[in-house]
Design a protein around this ligand. Structure first.
Ligand code: G
Ligand code: G
Ligand code: NA
Ligand code: MN
Length: 251
């Protein structure tokens, strides 16, 4: 792969940066948490999207050093905010299924938290439904993480493989309804789909996050059916470290 060596170099040289997108408590307007999203600033090619480089990282095995880097970077940013008196309730990191399946994954995460002296309850891990493909291996890990206090979200919910049975038994804190469903809220069948997903999550006693909210109508509809946490361009786009500081100063 053309990109493999470059990606390796990018991780070492810290060409990969994290942007943060807030999750909002839509009832109060307060920030419930921040999602870390990786951005690669290539010296010649400009910005490369994680949609491009994450799959390459997975195929080449670079995902392991990359996730390590992302986790540490997010922890370091959290500590910097804290030292400046900015209290971030929680931050989340996206973890690919391949990474999650690694034997040492849980101990790696807990070690990093320990190194940075960050309480486990501040960290949230975003995984996709595809981890249920390897449920026997992954279920104990989900339990270990939660027992340690780490929060877990199912990302892009509705686009993957979740069976209703797994939904009920999965030890997770949040499901994030994929933005493709949120964008259908204007249509009645779209509304019905979102209603169904929210009802299902409630039945399983899992909290709901609406993703990709772009309009006040979408926000109001979600609030009306009991979905309280939202994320999307309507509230804020992913932003660099410094802008998060400004956001808190002006809030
Ligand atoms: O930010 P953007 O819309 O370009 O993100 C594209 C995809 O890349 C999203 O699915 C997002 O979850 C994923 N992504 C962003 N940062 C990371 C990361 O650090 N690790 C992993 N595994 N995925 C990420
Ligand atoms: O797969 P994941 O949910 O992690 O993808 C996150 C990405 O979704 C973010 O990097 C961001 O670029 C994108 N995103 C976040 N909010 C919105 C939104 O309101 N509209 C659209 N189109 N994309 C969004
Ligand atoms: Na995510
Ligand atoms: Mn998502």
């Amino acid at each position: 792969y053309f990109y493999e060596n470059e990606l390796h170099r990018a991780i070492l040289n810290e060409e990969i940066e994290l942007h943060y997108q807030p999750k909002i408590d839509m009832k109060t307007g307060s920030i419930q948490g921040l999602e870390a999203l990786a951005r690669w600033y290539h010296p010649e090619k400009g910005t490369i999207s994680p949609g491009v480089f994450i799959p390459i990282a997975e195929e080449t095995g670079l995902i392991f050093s990359m996730t390590d880097y992302v986790l540490k970077r997010a922890c370091a940013d959290y500590v910097k905010w804290r030292d400046e008196g900015i209290h971030i309730p929680s931050f989340s990191v996206n973890i690919s299924a391949k990474q999650f399946s690694k034997r040492e994954f849980v101990s790696n995460v807990l070690e990093i938290l320990e190194d940075y002296q960050i309480p486990a309850g501040v960290l949230e891990i975003e995984i996709t439904e595809s981890i249920t493909m390897n449920i026997d291996n992954n279920m104990p890990k989900l339990n270990q993480l939660r027992e340690a206090g780490v929060m877990i979200s199912i990302d892009d919910f509705g686009t993957g493989y979740s069976s209703l049975r797994y939904m009920r038994d999965l030890p997770v804190d949040f499901v994030k309804i994929d933005r493709s469903f949120i964008s259908m809220i204007g249509q009645s069948d779209g509304k019905n789909m979102v209603d169904f997903m929210v009802d299902l999550a409630k039945l399983c006693e899992i909290d709901i996050v609406g993703e990709g909210i772009e309009t006040s109508d979408q926000m109001n509809y979600l609030l009306s059916i009991g979905c309280r946490i939202g994320q999307g361009f309507y509230f804020a786009r992913p932003m660099p470290f410094e802008e998060v500081q400004q956001l808190y100063v002006t809030h």
